[in-house]
Design a protein around this ligand. Structure first.
Ligand code: KG4
Ligand code: ZN
Length: 318
């Protein structure tokens, strides 16, 4: 079995995955409640919490799998991108376990991990495919030709789609993180009530800063009592604009690539409107959309062991 560790943002996660892609345990300790009071992730607070949680989370994963460290054959860990202090906690823990048990260590790119959430059983997606990766930190269109990696076709020029959801939720008073809250509230609203355009930028890139500003103005211009009444309409219209931008660009990229398959991964892939708007696409399983360690262990199946594991360093930016 592969033991995976993920600590790039505000989830402390450990998982056990077999070499053929079966999940034996997948434990995620979310810190979102801890950060909610600040309206977003505070990096230093996240690092300290990872430090407290990483050992219990590994122990819980082993317990869930009915395994011990003696059953682990390789250790996989997120090396980047993410919050540097947060990443270092996972990396140090993984180095310690690998060194202590004499096991190989595999360094995994977080984005590759999101893509590899598609390769797990019981229903793995096989490359080649076009992948839309939409999370709190990234919005990417990827050409995936094999399990070991991907080629970037387009990215966001400003905010990530999940960041746009989170900032929109904050403007609507829905708390942090807000993607799932907007998703829920939007079901009660009219998506045609407000016209929130999304900027069209050249190529296969994205831009979400304009739609966020449009929501800011709409909220500012509504009297307080009306705002309460129209909150669901605002959420639905805002979500519609983001989803439209993602779907349009995914279709354009698929056409350009002549891709036979589209897949969607990352936290925003949990969005019900996005999943419905791309009925032909293969979405990652719901529980594997947001950050987890099963996807990190999954990616490790296609990667070489680190040659000099104790010298591995984390990277903040891809
Ligand atoms: O992949 P992820 O867990 O972390 C990063 O790698 O960034 O993604 C988290 C993001 C957050 O911005 C969150 O608001 C968003 O995914 N998210 C959603 C939904 N569930 C989570 N966005 C829209 N609709 C959802 N249902
Ligand atoms: Zn992520």
């Amino acid at each position: 079995m592969i033991l995976g560790l993920e600590t790039s943002c505000d989830e402390t996660a450990a998982a056990l995955v077999t070499e053929d892609g079966e999940i034996r345990a997948n434990v995620v300790a979310s810190q979102s409640e801890l950060h909610a009071q600040y309206g977003g992730v505070v990096p230093e607070v996240a690092s300290r919490r990872h430090l407290e949680l990483v050992s219990p989370v590994v122990r819980e994963a082993l317990g869930e799998a009915g395994a011990t460290l003696g059953d682990v054959e390789r250790v996989a860990v997120t090396q980047g991108p993410g919050l540097i202090g947060a990443l270092l906690v996972g990396l140090a823990a993984a180095k310690g376990i690998a060194w202590g048990r004499g096991l190989p260590l595999v360094a995994v790119d977080h984005l590759h991990g999101h893509v590899a959430s598609l390769y797990l059983r019981p229903d793995p997606v096989e490359p080649p495919f076009l992948c839309l990766l939409a999370s709190g930190g990234h919005t990417l269109l990827l050409d995936v030709q094999d399990h070991a990696g991907f080629r970037v076709l387009g990215t966001t020029l400003d905010d990530a789609a999940g960041e746009a959801f989170d900032k929109g939720a904050r403007l609507l008073g829905l708390g942090y993180p807000g993607g799932a809250a907007i998703d829920r509230l939007a079901r009660e609203g009219d998506a045609d009530a407000f016209d929130f355009p999304v900027a069209r930028v050249p190529g296969l890139d994205f831009s979400f800063s304009g739609v966020k500003t449009a929501l800011l103005y709409a909220v500012r211009d509504l009297p307080a009592d009306e705002l309460e009444e129209r909150r669901a309409d605002l959420a639905a219209s805002y979500q519609r604009a983001i989803v439209r931008a993602l779907v349009e660009r995914a279709h354009e990229a698929a056409a350009q690539l002549d891709a036979g398959q589209i897949a969607i991964v990352g936290g925003v892939a949990a969005n019900s409107e996005l999943r419905a708007a791309l009925p032909e696409a293969r979405p990652a399983p719901l529980e594997l959309c947001t950050d987890n360690a099963a996807m990190i262990a999954s990616a490790a199946r296609y990667l070489d062991d680190a040659a000099d594991p104790l010298r591995l360093d984390a990277y903040a930016v891809a």
